[in-house]
Design a protein around this ligand. Structure first.
Ligand code: NAD
Ligand code: MG
Length: 410
């Protein structure tokens, strides 16, 4: 019986994880659940899964929750509680599904404790890629990608590859430098020439570019293929999500940005591809349902049912692929520039984006202001190489402050 902690249990990934877990009561037991808001939902989850611990973010919420859960569940709060349930001796695996920078420390606690870490929280890896992968290598943690694209790539790589293996090969600094002739000849992964990240193009793939100024948060969150939390939904609409995923892929698979191509695939059936030097391309296909990568990672290296409908190729019909337009999706170009330099630039990109997306969701700025804010922070960013987590956090704070200044100037 595997003991599982879910960080961010009430979110889209958390709920999908519990759905998969409920199908396999013989394999998984829920050790701990954590959440920030939606107390009633969290209490209902505790009632169903009977975790040993539940962790919330404030003392007040903890007091309210204590009245709603049975005495067999201990209610904790704050960052120490999060770190404790992520690293507890009894825990075998941790689903890292908190959204944004808030997920970094608890996810790292799981990594340092050498857990099997199922990484949905891409922002954590984007912020602190080098230090994160070094921690994976030192602790012997097993890192499995939940992001559907990275999970697809992981499935298409040679079986001997584990993401932790990439960290072992990392030389100091940016990823993708360990292969001697990496840039045009291929990657440091054996026989692999390129990785192709697919993305649907989101809800605004074809609307006239000049209409983007007036789109609403609800329109931005109405993703054509996936039902996700609001932050990642907006990121999908700007395609900053794909930019963050480009950086995520560089760290997970130890490749330089030049070896990662982004391709638009409106149907979200081909979740990503690996191109080999002999001209073969391997892809992972499936219906757009996050239970597929979640079940894959939970059961890895085995396989188990996820509850997702089987893909019907004939009913699906045509699969299309197009090049992304950088004018429509300027976040893509910016994220690629950031991936070229790395250092603390991805932490700044992520922080500025979080501030801008929050302001957009709160109705304070237009959709097209998101890139203006992020771009203004990044244009003046002088990159340093973070040798310690404190430096990442300083970059995060500095970028947030600059983003707020930029918002106030709009
Ligand atoms: P969500 O907004 O639906 O859920 C976020 C979860 O994190 C909730 O449980 C919330 O209570 C918790 N949380 C929020 N702020 C917190 C804070 N400050 N401290 C502690 N907990 C906090 O988000 P989601 O869509 O489930 O996404 C979660 C992560 O997974 C994100 O990093 C996202 O990029 C990634 N991801 C999501 C999907 C998807 O299909 N939803 C796909 C790929 C990757
Ligand atoms: Mg994704």
């Amino acid at each position: 019986m595997q003991q599982l902690t879910i960080l961010g249990a009430t979110g889209s990934i958390g709920v999908n994880t519990l759905d998969v877990v409920a199908r396999h009561p013989d394999r998984f037991s829920v050790f701990a659940l954590t959440a920030h808001t939606r107390l009633e939902q969290l209490a209902a989850q505790c009632h169903q899964f009977r975790p040993r611990y539940v962790v919330v973010t404030s003392e007040k919420t903890a007091q309210l929750l204590t009245q709603q859960v049975s005495s067999e569940t201990v209610v904790l709060w704050g960052s120490e509680g999060l770190a404790m349930v992520a690293s507890h001796d009894k825990v075998d695996m941790v689903m890292a599904a908190i959204v944004g920078a808030a997920g970094l420390m608890p996810t790292l606690a799981a990594v340092h404790a050498g857990k099997k870490v199922l990484l949905a929280n891409k922002e954590a890896l984007v912020m602190a890629g080098g230090l994160f992968m070094e921690a994976v290598r030192c602790s012997g943690a097993t890192l499995l990608p939940i992001d559907s694209e990275h999970n697809a790539i992981f499935q298409c790589l040679p079986q001997s590859f584990a993401c932790v293996g990439a960290a072992e090969k990392l030389s100091a600094g940016a990823p993708g430098n360990s292969g001697s002739e990496a840039s045009n000849q291929g990657t440091s992964l054996p026989g692999v020439r390129r990785l192709l990240l697919s993305g649907s193009g989101g809800p605004f793939r074809i609307i006239p570019v000049d209409e983007l100024t007036t789109v609403t948060p609800d329109q931005a969150c109405a993703h054509p293929n996936w039902k996700m939390g609001r932050k990642i939904s907006v990121d999908s609409a700007t395609m900053m999500n794909k930019g963050l995923e480009l950086i995520e892929a560089c760290w997970l698979f130890d490749v330089g940005e030049a070896q990662v191509e982004i391709v638009i695939h409106p149907q979200s059936i081909v979740h990503s591809l690996v191109e080999y030097v002999d001209g073969s391309m391997l892809a992972q296909l499936g219906n757009p349902d996050m239970r597929v990568p979640i079940a894959h990672a939970l059961a890895w290296p085995e396989r188990m049912e996820s509850g997702a409908a089987m893909l019907d190729l004939v009913a699906t019909g045509a699969l299309n692929f197009e090049q992304p337009h950088l004018q429509r999706f300027p976040c893509l170009g910016l994220a690629r520039e950031v991936a070229k330099v790395m250092g603390d630039a991805p932490a700044a990109l992520n922080a500025a984006n979080e501030v801008a997306v929050e302001a957009f969701l709160a109705g304070r700025i237009n959709f097209t202001d998101i890139i203006r804010v992020v771009d203004s922070v990044m244009q003046n960013w002088s990159m340093t190489e973070p040798s310690h987590l404190v430096m990442v956090q300083e970059a995060d704070t500095r970028a947030r402050n600059r983003a707020v200044e930029s918002l106030n100037r709009l």
